[in-house]
Design a protein around this ligand. Structure first.
Ligand code: ZN
Length: 266
């Protein structure tokens, strides 16, 4: 059977490159791809282009609204939902993600059934991201958010790189908290390292409250140029092979878990 991958972490390419992205999805077996918007204050913002790509390819692209955490209010979340966004992306806050000033965003997202994806950990050092404190985007902040709002679906990017230990233990204690392994992680961390962090099993010892395997909380995400997507798919594949993950766990990572949390039927 042809693979049906769901890519939980991508960004919208430039308009002339959109066709190449659609092609790359077809070649990689990606049937649904989340496009994470950036707010206008991170110029250039691209929420409008994310929505446009979704309208051109509604069966492929899933639009997440890039929230301007220190300018937007809950009303902007409602308007984003009404425009067609089906999830939220957070990055670059001026306070820690779990600052109480931000909780109205999370409460609104929970009420509207919008899953939320947080950039975590270090940010690329490039224009627009010079005055950016990565310490405000630590995975432990998601532990607070996820346990306070069990009805909210929370996705953390990059397994919190470089704070992977915080990410893993936060993941274990919160059934509503998931992580992708995009970014440089799979290039420099061994399967053994990741398996040491993602260790819990339903039968225990020390099981997670939802009695899951740790790997049931992991999602496939690429976060690279279209031409590199297949390379990331292969990195995930190598990891799963090295750890001898079972077929149901693999299909959870590729497709099933994301389908459930995004409420998709393939
Ligand atoms: Zn990204």
């Amino acid at each position: 059977m042809k693979s049906q991958l769901i890519d939980i972490h991508q960004h919208v390419p430039s308009d002339p490159e959109l066709d190449a992205r659609v092609q790359a999805c077809a070649e990689t077996g990606v049937v649904k791809q989340v496009l994470l918007g950036l707010p206008e204050s991170r110029s250039p913002g691209d929420n409008a282009r994310v929505l446009k790509a979704h309208r051109l390819h509604p069966d492929l692209f899933i639009p997440f609204y890039g929230v301007d955490m220190d300018i937007d209010g809950p009303g902007d979340i409602l308007r984003a939902r009404d425009r067609g966004f089906t999830g939220l992306k957070f990055i670059g806050p001026l306070r820690p993600y779990n600052d109480r000033a931000y909780f109205p965003f999370y409460e609104t997202a929970a009420e509207l059934n919008l899953p939320v994806l947080f950039h975590l950990g270090i940010v690329a050092n490039m224009n627009g991201w010079r005055d950016c404190d990565s310490n405000l985007m630590r995975p432990i902040h998601l532990d607070h958010i996820a346990r306070r709002m069990p009805e909210l679906t929370v996705i953390g990017a990059h397994l919190g790189n470089p704070w992977c230990e915080e990410a893993a233990m936060s993941c274990r204690w919160n059934p509503n908290l998931f992580f992708d392994l995009s970014g440089s992680l799979l290039k420099y961390r061994s399967p053994h390292f990741l398996n040491d962090l993602l260790w819990w099993k339903p039968e225990g010892p020390y099981p997670a409250p939802d009695k899951t395997f740790a790997w049931q909380k992991i999602l496939f995400g690429t976060d690279v140029a279209s031409s590199q997507m297949e390379d990331v798919r292969q990195d995930y594949e190598k990891l799963m092979t090295a750890l001898n993950l079972s077929a149901p766990i693999r299909s959870g990572i590729w497709t099933d878990t994301a389908a459930r949390i995004l409420r998709l039927t393939l």
